[in-house]
Write a protein that binds this ligand. Structure first.
Ligand SMILES: C[S@@+](CC[C@H](N)C(=O)[O-])C[C@H]1O[C@@H](n2cnc3c(N)ncnc32)[C@H](O)[C@@H]1O
Length: 269
């Protein structure tokens, strides 16, 4: 029984009986200083001073702008599930930016499923021209989040990791031809309605039964309202595109807690 239908035991059994699916995940907190919840020594000293002065404020490292530790933990466990269940197909990321989540997946595949290839897609010029309902949302602008391909490559080199297959360009030009034939896991992180709407059908049709699609930002006010959290953590167009797409499909997107973010995922029937 799939986990999103309440069956935890098959997953636990699959993980524990599959020796090859065991791996440490502390690197998710420590790689490139991704653990923004733990204050640095100097910040602890400042906090101590603030406490002494009875000032009720605590400082900690700035939250990262692309993903947080909770999102990466969700990514780790969802990808681990598809590996433990031996879902056929390769792994893709649509919207890889500077590669921080790509690195998590590549490290996991290297250790747990070296036979799978990882494919990463991005313009490496940030978001495209904002149009239609994305324009009405008023959250993003053209070129937001631009991260050059050189930075992506540098991060992989620094960690001694093999580069994934990289497709540079706009999704509409790269995704239809560049996706692998079979997909076992997909991380969808395009932030816009238009980008998400474009990629979903291409990815969905290639997903094996049991494959997981993780939606990096899926904010559902009805499940977990986050008042006061900025719209950049909510990317409202993504949920609109997903809900439209899954309106006539048997799968449903589930929400996963991720602190500032809300992640979503679906499992292909
Ligand atoms: C939030 S970032 C991805 C963050 C990354 N997954 C991570 O966790 O570090 C969104 C990325 O999607 C890319 N993007 C969005 N729409 C796109 C499109 N239509 N074509 C190509 N890239 C796109 C942007 O360039 C941006 O780098």
């Amino acid at each position: 029984m799939p986990l999103d239908e309440g069956g935890i035991f098959p997953y636990v059994r699959a993980v524990f009986t599959s020796f090859s699916s065991c791996m440490d995940n502390a690197f998710i907190a420590t790689t490139f200083d991704w653990d923004h919840r733990t204050p640095k020594t100097w910040q602890m000293l400042v906090n101590k001073g603030l406490r002494k002065m009875r000032i009720p404020i605590k400082i900690s490292p700035a939250p990262p702008s692309m993903a947080n530790v909770e999102s990466r933990m969700n990514l780790f466990h969802l990808l681990a599930q598809t590996i433990a269940y031996k879902v056929p197909g390769d792994v893709v990321e649509l919207g890889c930016n500077a590669g921080d989540s790509t690195i998590v997946m590549q490290k996991m595949l290297k250790q747990l499923a070296p036979e799978k290839r990882l494919y990463a897609f991005d313009s490496f010029e940030g978001l495209p021209e904002i149009t239609g309902s994305d324009l009405a949302d008023g959250v993003y602008g053209k070129g937001f989040m631009a991260a050059p391909l050189e930075l992506f490559k540098y991060k992989f080199k620094k960690l001694g990791l093999e580069l994934p297959v990289v497709h540079k360009g706009w999704f509409q030009d790269t995704v239809p031809q560049g996706l692998p034939e079979r997909i076992s896991f997909a991380l969808l992180d395009g932030d816009l309605y238009e980008s998400t709407k474009h990629i979903l059908p291409h990815v969905y049709e290639r997903m094996s039964p049991g494959a997981i699609g993780m939606i990096a930002v899926y904010y559902d006010e009805a499940v977990f309202p986050r008042r006061g959290v900025s719209m950049g953590y909510k990317s409202p167009g993504v949920k609109r595109a997903c809900d439209e797409f899954f309106g006539d499909k048997p799968e449903k997107v589930r929400v996963l807690y991720a602190n500032e973010y809300s992640n979503g995922f679906f499992r292909k029937r």
